[in-house]
Design a protein around this ligand. Structure first.
Ligand code: ATP
Ligand code: MG
Length: 787
């Protein structure tokens, strides 16, 4: 076929053109972020098609996500100016391997209509095996075994090839369990995710004819994000490319961020050894980011020891420096970013307007998203969460909310169905059916149906006991829930002299709804359920539960909170509307946005506590690469922030700014002052004296502790122990009054005389008067007195 015009080549620099036009033989593009690796890879596909070197189904192209695959297809079509027929082999490793395995299932003892297990099924199966092997499943939970097996599969180890050094897990029975598990899967004609790759590798290794067929078929192989391939993927690629060696891999060792999932950055560093004579293309011009952003990112990544090192430059001089801002707490951080986003609208920025859909907030841990989601829902700012459900749609949140819903109303059958056997308490399908029948027969709710069932002895043994326990729990929580939170006094109730009218008599000792929520999660065994899980996602789920309890602090009672969530969930914004993107740093790989916010840069959060506790630098260096990935997503505006305090379970915890902040080169950073309510803290001090080593000092010591905002926070956290409700009415806080008093201060009140401040809540003080006893008064009605 005669080559047609090739406008896509004109968009490339000479090095990129090299990589695109060197069609035969191995090619490695090893280059920094934003240098056009993915762009060149896409152009290469277009070129292969355009020059008639390959038909669409002869190209094997591997991307990291399905989304990236879709985008690549669209881009190729755009480059060629026509729609591309097919490209069946452009996708993720998993997507491609499913197709291959369906064709050759019988070679590994499966039928081509095998099913792919979801994690629930997988764990049920593993649990049966663990129990049958007489292993304590509390010590060795199924989820943990799933993880161990996944790791072995990532390394392409079958039960026969797991090295003996690795076989200590599960009382040394891990490998045997692995073998049994594979056997069971085969009988069930099923595979798990890891099998997709492993089985195909096995087929290729054992059946030369099959391998040879695909080596001929896939005439050109292309791989994006090569630095994040694991051993199994690497073997798979090497086998396929073994014949013609027309393989083009692109990646960046500085962006290897999946080591925790078995990725081996060594794969990319070994490429030239694996494929002698490889053309290695280095790209140095970054087309994505301004010079300040690029310099900031480079400054951070330079602190890593084990790296190749690269030069990067950009023609995009000028632009704004990377902005750095410290906040008092996580909520203020969310509020400030919300305001920044609102102000981004057309025409409000000095340069060109940035739309909401051009902005992204990239977080280290998904639990950080809750504060943003709540804030955005409150101010009506459209957003979307990529790579995971929105906070209130997460499994553990829905479970917990189902408990809360039942506490508020025992009639909530849907909620009951959700939690009756969550966590597992021996009330399986059969028991649930009986409850359903009893409820229907009597025309009552499931809770009442369950009671009837128990009374009629329709359920016996362990199940009956578990159900009785659950029911008594539900009733106890219900009583507590409807009895909580007597109404707060209205403004009218505040007498002229600032004294509150006592709350209605007979309200009795009150349990705050926050305490109640914690109690429910504990007594139901739900928190323990996740605490006992030794899986990578369990800590995240526990964090999310803490976040949920934290969210309750903004409400008077459970009912109000549930209503709020119901309303905001209903508040789905139109799809065509421009939205800000909320996602994890990991999910942001390969993407770019004009404006990027990077919140939560605090030691312990980013870098994560786990990485900091590790001996050796491996974990920390991976976190640093993640920081590099984060900064290099930004095109024009990059904002890094941290909070001096985060509230966990109603208690303030203070944190130091991330060590990565110290690594940002000063000349490329602007330190901003937080304009918020508690502003004027170390942000202001840092601006006055912008050496960031100072900032580190100030954030931890003088500035924080001496500022009125900090004192106020401290006062509040002391007077409001875990779980006490906070007022949610709009209170105009008289800052002068607030900062004028601290705990223990002596004051004078015209009516009650002298006393000492024992608690501070907003503008209200609890004062132990020498004569009149403890009273709650509004701060402006007292004056300081000498102690
Ligand atoms: P990452 O490492 O983050 O995946 P990358 O190296 O894959 O980055 P691309 O996403 O391909 O980089 O390109 C970054 C940006 O630069 C894109 O917006 C792309 O369109 C643009 N770009 C790439 N090459 C050129 C070029 N030669 N001329 C102009 N713009 C380019
Ligand atoms: Mg890329």
């Amino acid at each position: 076929m005669a080559a047609r015009s090739m406008p896509y080549l004109d968009e490339l620099n000479p090095a990129q053109r090299d990589a695109v036009e060197t069609l035969n033989g191995p090619v490695l593009m090893l280059a920094g972020a934003g240098t056009g690796k993915t762009k060149a890879l896409t152009a290469r596909i277009a070129h292969l098609l355009n020059t008639g070197s390959a038909r669409p189904n002869e190209i094997l192209a591997v991307t990291f996500t399905n989304k990236a695959a879709r985008e690549m297809k669209e881009r190729v079509a755009r480059l060629l100016g026509e729609s591309v027929e097919g490209m069946p082999w452009l996708g993720t490793f998993h997507a491609i391997c499913v197709k291959l395995l369906r064709r050759h299932a019988e070679l590994v003892g499966l039928k081509s209509n095998f099913t792919i297990l979801d994690t629930d099924d997988q764990q049920r199966l593993l649990k049966q095996l663990i129990v049958a092997a007489g292993i304590d499943e509390k010590r060795w939970p199924p989820r943990h075994l799933a993880q161990v097996i996944e790791n072995w599969k990532n390394r392409a180890w079958t039960p026969d090839t797991v090295p003996s050094a690795e076989s200590g897990a599960f009382d040394r029975k891990g490998v045997a369990l692995y073998a049994q598990y594979q056997e069971r899967l085969r009988t069930l004609n099923a595979v798990d995710f890891g099998d997709l790759l492993l089985h195909v590798v096995t087929v290729f290794q054992r059946h030369e004819d099959v391998l040879a067929q695909y080596q001929r078929w896939f005439r050109y192989i292309l791989v994006d994000e090569y630095q994040d391939t694991n051993v199994a993927q690497y073997l798979w690629l090497r086998l396929l490319a073994g014949g013609h060696k027309n393989i083009c891999c692109v990646g960046d060792d500085d962006q290897s961020i999946y080591g925790w999932r078995g990725a081996e950055v060594g794969n990319i560093l070994r490429f030239e050894k694996d494929f002698p004579g490889a053309v290695v293309v280095r790209l140095e011009q970054n087309y994505r980011s301004t010079a300040h952003i690029l310099a900031a990112a480079s400054g951070v990544i330079e602190a890593n020891k084990g790296r190749l090192g690269k030069t990067l430059w950009t023609a995009a001089e000028g632009g704004e420096k990377v902005r750095l801002i410290g906040h008092w707490d996580g909520e203020e951080e969310a509020r400030w970013i919300g305001e920044e986003l609102e102000a981004m609208g057309p025409g409000t920025r000095g340069q060109r307007p940035i739309g909401l859909d051009e902005c992204a907030i990239l977080v280290r841990a998904s639990h950080q998203m809750r504060a943003f989601e709540d804030r955005f829902l409150t101010i009506g700012l459209p957003y979307r969460v990529i790579g995971g459900p929105r906070f209130y749609e997460r499994m553990e949140i829905r479970d917990a909310m189902a408990y809360f819903r039942l506490a508020v109303s025992l009639e909530d059958d849907l909620a009951f169905e959700r939690i009756v056997n969550t966590p597992k308490r021996g009330l399986g399908d059969k028991a649930q059916q009986k409850i359903q029948v009893a409820a229907r027969a009597n025309g009552v709710s499931l809770v009442d149906g369950a009671k009837i069932l128990l009374a009629a002895k329709g359920l016996t043994g362990k199940g009956a006991k578990a159900l009785a326990e659950l029911l008594s729990g539900l009733e106890r929580w219900h009583r507590a829930a409807v009895g909580t939170a007597p109404p707060l006094p209205d403004d009218d109730d505040v007498l002229d002299d600032g004294l509150f009218v006592a709350s209605a008599p007979g309200a009795g000792p009150r349990v705050s709804h926050i305490e109640l929520a914690e109690t429910i999660l504990e007594e139901s065994g739900y928190t323990a359920h996740w605490q006992n899980e030794r899986t990578p996602e369990a800590p995240g789920r526990l964090e999310n539960l803490k976040e949920l309890v934290k969210a309750l602090e903004n409400f008077d009672n459970l009912q109000g909170f549930l209503e709020h969530v119901a309303l905001i969930m209903d508040n789905e914004t139109e799809d065509s509307e421009a939205k800000v993107t909320l996602m994890t740093l990991h999910a942001a790989k390969g993407l770019e946005f004009p404006a990027v916010f990077l919140p939560g840069w605090e030691d312990g959060l980013f870098p994560s506590q786990r990485a900091m506790d590790e001996t050796g630098l491996k974990g920390l260096e991976e976190e640093r690469r993640l920081a590099y990935v984060g900064i290099t997503r930004a095109e024009e505006l990059c904002t890094i922030s941290f909070a001096a305090n985060r509230r966990i379970y109603g208690q303030w915890q203070s944190a130091l700014p991330s060590r990565f902040i110290d690594e940002l080169p000063e000349a490329h950073v602007d330190v901003l002052t937080p304009p918020g309510l508690y502003g004027g803290g170390y942000g202001a001090a840092a601006t006055a004296q912008p050496a960031r080593s100072d900032l580190h000092e100030k954030a931890s010591r003088a500035d924080v502790y001496n500022s009125p905002g900090w004192k106020r926070m401290q006062a509040r956290s002391q007077t409001r122990p875990t779980g006490q409700p906070r007022e949610t009415r709009n209170i105009t806080i008289d800052l002068e009054a607030v900062s004028a008093f601290g705990l223990g201060d002596r004051v004078f009140h015209t009516k009650f005389g002298y006393g000492a401040v024992t608690a501070i809540e907003g503008d209200k003080l609890d004062i132990a008067f020498d004569k009149a006893g403890v009273k709650k008064v509004v701060a402006k009605f007292v004056v300081p007195a000498a102690s």
